[in-house]
Ligand binder design. Structure first.
Ligand code: CP
Length: 300
């Protein structure tokens, strides 16, 4: 598996450029029969469906893999599952798993592994689509101030976004409940009180509370969380005129964001989802070309 942190900045910029070309109508079709499988051991709506659409747009043949009906339930390991798919002729496996760095156990796999989220670890394709969305708005990432707010500690999106945006020259700020802030994140940005952060940033990224990853149950009333740490209309009114709102989704309306702001003029939340297909096409193509597969490009 190629890790985002190990891909050169030049290559990341090329992936982002190609993603934008796909947005603008470029068509790429893989030569020959190439099979892909999407193995989602955690729930997903956006990532799973957009990878599948991306694979089909690139001309890949998508295997219907249902994680909960697979032989993993009979005790087969993830490595043996991957080796089985490899033996059958699958070339690409897109995997989401609750275990951080699940991919370490798959080092011997020869097929392409694309990480669609590993527990609290990382969500690299989300970072690429988020970067694409920001570049469409501002033309660049360098020099921007980007705030990431909420359950930072348990968010793989926060981790991947912050690392990528810092590399691309943004200043990253974090906010949210201090007990959900991980000091390890300070390598990528600084902590700021939310009411100061909303006035400062060009891009405000809100995060879902990751209840499923908490060791103990936090029982916030939605209205209390929104008032203390969420984007209310009062806070939104203090944002800079050109600032945008993003959220990787799923959204908990009325918790991390006032429901009426989800589709407000500043919101790029559904644009992010649309960009997810094009970003994932560019990621898949980059990975497959590195493995020697060829594509035929044309323009719509
Ligand atoms: N943003 C994201 O990863 O959404 P899904 O969990 O629906 O894939």
């Amino acid at each position: 598996m190629i890790k985002l942190s190990r891909i050169s900045t030049d290559s990341i910029e090329k992936i982002l450029q190609e993603a934008q070309q796909f947005v603008d109508g470029k068509i790429s079709k893989i030569k020959g029969d190439v099979f892909a499988a999407n193995l989602f051991f955690e729930n997903s709506t956006r990532t799973k469906t957009s990878f599948e659409v991306a694979e089909k747009k690139l001309g890949l043949k998508v295997i219907d893999f249902e994680a909960d009906k697979s032989s993993i339930a009979k005790g087969e390991t993830l490595l043996d599952t991957i080796k089985t798919l490899e033996a059958i002729g699958v070339e690409v496996a897109v995997i989401r798993h609750s275990e951080k760095r699940y991919y370490d156990a798959l080092k011997d796999a020869k097929l392409s592994i694309i990480n669609a989220g590993d527990g609290v670890g990382s969500h690299p394709s989300q970072a690429i689509l988020d970067a694409l969305t920001i570049i469409q708005e501002f033309g660049k990432i360098e020099g921007l101030k980007i705030g990431i707010v909420g359950d930072v500690k348990h968010s793989r999106v926060a981790n991947s976004d912050a690392g990528l945006f810092r590399r691309l020259g943004a200043k990253v700020y974090f906010s949210g409940p201090e007990f959900w802030f991980d000091e390890g994140m300070l390598v990528n940005g600084t902590y700021m009180q939310f009411d100061d952060l909303v006035k400062e940033v060009d891009v405000l990224i809100l995060l879902r509370i990751q209840h499923e990853r908490h060791e103990r149950n936090f029982s916030f009333k939605p209205e209390d969380y929104l008032k203390k740490f969420g984007l209310t209309k009062e806070r939104e009114a203090k944002m800079k005129p050109t600032s945008i709102i993003m959220h990787p989704a799923p959204i908990n309306r009325g918790v991390e964001i006032d429901s009426e702001l989800v589709e407000c003029e500043r919101s790029r939340i559904f644009k992010q989802m649309q960009n997810g297909v094009f970003a994932r096409m560019a990621i898949l193509k980059y990975d497959l070309e590195n493995k020697g597969f060829e594509f035929i490009d044309s323009k719509n």
